[in-house]
Design a binder for this molecule. Structure first.
Ligand code: NDP
Length: 322
């Protein structure tokens, strides 16, 4: 049997993503096979497709998705055929079916809709570790979040604002400004001149934490926005990778810190995974965390989905449906 999946045979632009028939994936020992209800599109797949992050080709992108368990491999405990699960840790989810290691999938509470289950794992877990672990801003502190209407940005803003943190965001358009304000941002800035505006808004002090997933275009300004002993959390490079920089700038800037975290290192074991998913699902069910699905594309249009994401044309989550 075969399934429909997106395959890139070589690195390149979005046009290398083509729909193909591929062999039906099989759950090996310790794995489960999932029939996708919806799967997530994430920035990392654009870095992999373009060749910025090394992967081997032919390549089917995707780590995130939600759906029903079709089969369980040998030795799997805790998952049964028919369960509805979600994951941020699968492989090749731009497809009708995908395989994931059993420990990387969680059962979704009945009250959460399938598309929300597919939308929350990767950006939700990221927002959770950024708010709680990579840094931990306290109530009353002020932080900066770039791309405030993006997938991570909307979720991170809500998690921090709910804790009583004052969130300043940047966005590139008026409609994104509205979304960021609705998520709880205290002030939404344009990118040009943002470090000066941050100084004004913090009485010259600067922010405790700058969350920067934009990278090359904003890194310098993010450093310039920090208060003494502030932390720069560089978690992505939507505008491109950050070039090497002189560590002495951390001294002259005010004993600053920079970290470059990635999600895998914040899902170290079952307990950590359960904590993060548990808090996200509870907040969604309580109505305190709004998960915005900004666009849904048919699987066959994965290239258009990545074009929109890279072209700053999306807000919230971008999904594919089989
Ligand atoms: P977003 O939905 O935030 O999309 C990216 C946004 O970045 C755009 O919408 C745009 O918002 C902004 N942006 C600014 N400059 C550019 C540019 N030159 N090209 C494209 N976009 C630009 O994406 P995600 O929420 O999926 O991811 C956000 C960042 O987080 C990415 O860098 C991603 O790699 C990273 N990430 C990191 C993880 C980790 O663990 N380290 C895990 C998950 C994501 P605007 O138009 O408002 O500027």
């Amino acid at each position: 049997m075969s399934i429909r999946a997106i395959v890139a045979v070589e690195p390149g632009g979005p046009e290398v993503l083509k729909l193909a028939e591929v062999p039906d994936p099989v759950a090996g020992p310790g794995e489960i096979l999932v029939e996708a209800a919806a799967t997530g599109v994430n920035f990392i797949e654009t870095y992999q497709r373009s060749g910025l992050y090394p992967v081997s080709f032919p390549f089917t992108p995707g780590a995130e998705g939600a759906g029903r368990v079709l089969a369980v491999g040998d030795g799997v405990a805790g998952h049964a055929v028919g369960d509805f699960v979600a994951t941020a840790e699968a492989r090749a989810t731009y497809a009708e079916r995908f395989v994931v290691a059993a420990e990387g999938a969680v059962r979704v509470p009945d009250g959460i809709a399938p598309e929300i289950a597919a939308a929350i794992p990767l950006q939700g877990l990221t927002a959770h570790y950024l708010a709680n672990s990579a840094a931990h801003p306290e109530p009353g502190e002020t932080v900066l979040v770039h791309a405030g209407a993006g997938g991570v940005g909307l979720l991170l803003t809500q998690l921090l604002a709910a804790r009583g943190v004052r969130v300043i965001t940047t966005v590139s358009s008026e409609s994104k400004r509205e979304l960021s304000l609705a998520a709880g941002a205290a002030t939404v800035l344009d990118y040009p001149g943002f470090p000066e505006r941050v100084r004004e808004l913090t009485d010259g002090e600067g922010v405790a934490v700058a969350y920067d997933g934009v990278g090359r275009a904003t890194f310098d300004g993010s450093l310039d926005s920090l208060r003494v002993r502030g932390e720069l959390v560089l978690f992505g490079g939507a505008s491109g990778p950050v070039p090497p920089f002189d560590l002495q700038r951390l001294n002259s800037g005010g004993s600053l810190s920079v970290t470059r975290p990635t999600l895998t290192h914040f899902l170290r074991d079952a307990e950590e995974r359960a904590w993060r998913y548990g808090e996200l699902f509870a907040a969604i069910e309580a109505g305190t965390l709004d998960v915005r699905v900004g666009a849904t594309f048919p699987l066959a249009e994965a290239a258009a989905a990545q074009t929109a994401l890279e072209g700053r044309a999306t807000t919230g989550k971008v999904l594919l449906t089989p």
